[in-house]
Design a protein around this ligand. Sequence first.
Ligand code: TIU
Length: 224
Amino acid sequence: MSSLLRAEPAPLPFDAATTALVIIDMQRDFLEPGGFGETLGNDVGLLAAAVPPCRALLAAAREAGILVVHTREGHKPDLSDAPKAKLERGEPTARIGAPGPMGRILIRGEPGHDIVPALAPLPGEPVIDKPGKGAFYATELAAVLEARDIATLLVCGVTTEVCVHTTVREANDRGYRCAVIADACGSYIPAFHEAGLAMIKAQGGIFGWVSDSAAAIAALAAKS
Ligand code: TIU
């Protein structure tokens, strides 16, 4: 049974049974002071606006019974999955793996690596730990989606132009229809958020669709 999501550049038909919500990297390390985002010189407060729409969308997805997937960017404590080129960037005292107020920066198992409490995964919801910006690279995401015959992804999270964009590009090349939920995404650089969304939906939706949380929530509620 098909539903219709109001989106740009055109409405997107989807089947709830083959649709997943993918929430990208809504981690304390990106959203709270003292984490990775702040060590990169960013104002992490700029991401706060994405949390309420993300939370409402998450509730609607759970209510509709669609697959919910959470992702987390981070590395093993021994940094064996972190390329040298990634580790070298930033101030030496505030790089990936360095101690910070929320534990070692961007390291699995540390408090800063956790998803923010407002969006905490429920038992049974897959949590994909990813070493890169894209959620498909070196992860089990493809297998998780294939096992459920997923065809359409509703994508939200942070940051719009980095991990959301990379994941949507990866997903598009793998044949998924991706609708990015604009107000449930955020960036440290507002102009990049806007440009990132514009890039996705330009050229007739060159690698995806752009919608918003109100439209997605309505479409999920109306699913038959
Ligand atoms: N999750 C994600 O987007 N990782 C980043 O490093 N983003 C930045 O914008 N820095």
